[in-house]
Design a protein around this ligand. Structure first.
Ligand code: CS2
Ligand code: MN
Length: 344
């Protein structure tokens, strides 16, 4: 595996120079954040980003994410224009020699939590999800603002979007995903880019919106949609791992070379459809990280891997889930397990 770290660009208080000081850290995962969803990422912007990363002594390994416009997920007649733009962006990324592109197909909202600062017994804070609380949340009330959410929607746009999804059930969403992938994977094949879908987080429907990428069966269905090695996965242990039915090591062995990007995050299941994110250490959460890495080791995984969300520790403030300290501890831990597996 190649150890990587997510960086949110020049405005991120977690600077590239700091990331570079994490032992064994070589790669960066990032995106261009100021281009509206659906517009083409120009080559010069991509090259500038890459140069900035390389000036800091790191390499740009993954784009996370190249977001998919809602019209594509909704299957609207305007989708072809957005798909063309997506294909164009992929071509530009390939020209800049970016090997992997992560994306997701979650309607409207990316990762969702009911609390961003739950205090753990050791005094650190973490992201938590409780279904009963989420059922009481109304995304249309306008006072909700979660970091995984696109804040660019006006309230009336959000109402209109949520209404449009009333007509979309899981099967239609699958159909729209297939339509999208048949076109973009063709481009990915032409230019040599690995597409890696991120699972839904949490892996079940929320706010009446369908969510389809959530377990072994759906990942199998995804890779069957378009039969190309470039139609692959971001395997996120945190997203998939909150469902106790998901046997993560088995899934890693099964999907093997279709996994283009590994997200390692530990979560503690606290009840039915409830969890909190924990330190990466196996004994801190419900996921056995050694078994996960053993599976990667067994399949000879040599792609990018990154610690996923971290807690807030040592008084750090900033973007929930994406501070420096706990993710750096996670990286060191992943390195330690990997070294032990290499030497065993
Ligand atoms: C999250 C997501 O689990 C994660 O990595 O932070 O925001 C993720 O980046 C997107 O869903 C990928 O498209
Ligand atoms: Mn993830």
């Amino acid at each position: 595996m190649k150890l990587t770290f997510r960086w949110f660009g020049p405005d991120d208080p977690v600077r590239l120079e700091f990331i570079r000081q994490i032992p064994g850290m070589t790669g960066i995962v990032t995106a261009i954040y100021d281009i509206p969803v659906g517009e083409v990422w120009p080559l010069n912007r991509i090259l500038a980003l890459k140069e900035e990363v390389e000036r800091a002594g790191l390499s740009l390994e993954v784009i996370e994410s190249l977001p998919v416009h809602e019209d594509i997920k909704l299957g609207r007649s305007t989708r072809d224009r957005y798909i063309k733009n997506y294909q164009m962006a992929l071509k530009n990324l390939a020209q800049a020699k970016i090997p992997v592109v992560c994306y997701n197909f979650m309607p409207v909202f990316d990762w969702t939590r009911s609390q961003l600062d739950r205090r753990l017994p050791d005094g650190s804070t973490t992201l938590a999800y409780e279904e009963s609380k989420v059922l009481q949340m109304n995304p249309l009330s306008g006072d909700l603002d979660l970091p995984g959410w696109d804040t660019s929607y006006q309230k009336n746009e959000l109402v209109e979007l949520m209404e449009a999804y009333q007509k979309i059930n899981e099967e239609t969403l699958w159909e729209n995903l297939r339509y999208f992938l048949q076109k973009v994977v063709k481009t990915a094949d032409e230019v040599g880019i690995k597409m890696a879908i991120h699972p839904d987080d949490p892996p079940w429907p929320i706010f009446g919106l369908p969510r389809i990428i959530r377990n072994e069966e759906s990942l199998e269905r995804l890779i069957q949609l378009v039969d190309s090695p470039n139609n692959g996965l971001t395997f996120c242990t945190g997203s998939l791992g909150v469902d106790p039915q998901n046997d993560l090591p088995r899934m890693i062995r099964r999907f093997g070379n279709r996994i283009h990007f590994a997200h390692c995050r530990n979560v503690k299941r606290t009840g039915e459809k409830s969890f909190e994110e924990s330190a990466h250490l196996s004994s801190s959460g419900s996921i056995d990280m050694v078994e996960v890495l053993k599976a990667y080791h067994d399949i000879g995984f040599n792609g990018p891997m990154r610690p996923d969300h971290g807690r807030m520790i040592w008084g750090e403030t900033g973007r929930p889930g994406y501070g420096l300290y706990d993710r750096a501890l996670g990286a060191a831990y992943l390195n330690g397990i990997w070294e032990a597996l290499n030497k065993a």
